[in-house]
Ligand binder design. Sequence first.
Ligand SMILES: Cc1ncc(COP(=O)(O)O)c(C=O)c1O
Length: 429
Amino acid sequence: MTELKKMNNTELQKYHSSLSRSYEEMQAQKLKLDMSRGKPCTQQLDLSADLMNCLNKADYIAVNGADCRNYGGVDGIPDAKKLLAWFLEVRPEEVIIGGNSSLTMMYDLITKAMLHKIPGSETPWSKLPQVKFLCPSPGYDRHFAICENLGIEMITINYQADGPDMDEVEKLVATDSAIKGIWCVPKYSNPTGITYSDIVVKRLAAMYTKAPDFRIIWDNAYTVHHLTDSPDPLLNILEACRQAGNPDRVFEFCSTSKISFPGAGLAMLASSENNVNWLKRQISVQTIGPDKLNQLRHVRFFKDQAGIESHMRQHAAIIKPKFDLVLEILESKLGDKNLASWSKPQGGYFISLDTLPGCAQKIVAKAAAAGIILTPAGATFPYGKDPEDKNIRISPTFPPLSELQQAMELFTLCVELVSVEQELTKRGL
Ligand SMILES: Cc1ncc(COP(=O)(O)O)c(C=O)c1O
């Protein structure tokens, strides 16, 4: 039972008046803060400033002798594969390095599966009467946007503490051949912050799927983005699929967007050699080669795994205090009120907050009316529809600490105010 329910009508109305006054005072400050997207802040981008000048005019040859200024190398230079393959615990032969965006690579893969036969397909997906994807939610809005854009029907799957509800996933994929894939953000998930357990990874790798060309889209965007010194472990899914006799089931993705620059990093995918060879043939039609100079730049700048790990510790030193501040304010303002619950992630870019059912949209709107832009409520669910209207994604990384403090004070006030208003309406007051 919420604390609100214990209040009598007079107490509730008094509480509402006091919250409304505080809200009006905040509104008068005419704040203008954006907490809508998980972007690195300027200080984080500055960590990679030397990427801009770490190549000189004589430095353009990759280890295989390729001139990085020229055409060629659709799957990336070996130096870059070696630098990044450990992210996904894969062999360089299982890697394709792309342009700067892993989201582009995901969109591209699914478009290719729609238009051409992916290994195991009898028909390109677009020629089938229906294609469906499983969407563990709350999840990443841009995954869902890809499905919507390509006319793929989305089925919402609930998240549990250690990954998607696997009983539901197994039941659905075993009986419906139109289900061709599942979106997974397996580590420090966007937005819930959870990491998949070994059991979940093994079940995904081994489950029977009615579609022979079913694929797991394993978006490991936050694989090295730890906020503590004890990173969450994650089982190697490519290996698990191989062991389960489904070697081609998974395509893994990640990028350096939140390591170097979101606008000029490196994206990569990893999969079985069979899948990679198929994709290389497809990509060869589309391009004569990616930006290999940027690949070489990353190799020179980071050097090796240790270089990336120490760089990530510097990122954590900048953003951990922001996560801590958000969590402190949530605890101090809402901790004893039973109006919301929230994640306490060990890594990644988000805090996921659940309000009382039916409040999220109104809270986001109230915050916007006082100058704080949040991710739209519902965005973390397929079709932008949160069935309980309760999930809000908080992105602490971009604003400076002082702004974050103001934004969170206003946000928590909006949570209280909307919850009280809902209770007043229920009581007909
Ligand atoms: C889960 C997830 N995947 C992918 C991306 C975007 O990746 P990229 O910049 O490599 O396109 C993001 C960005 O927020 C994300 O949260």
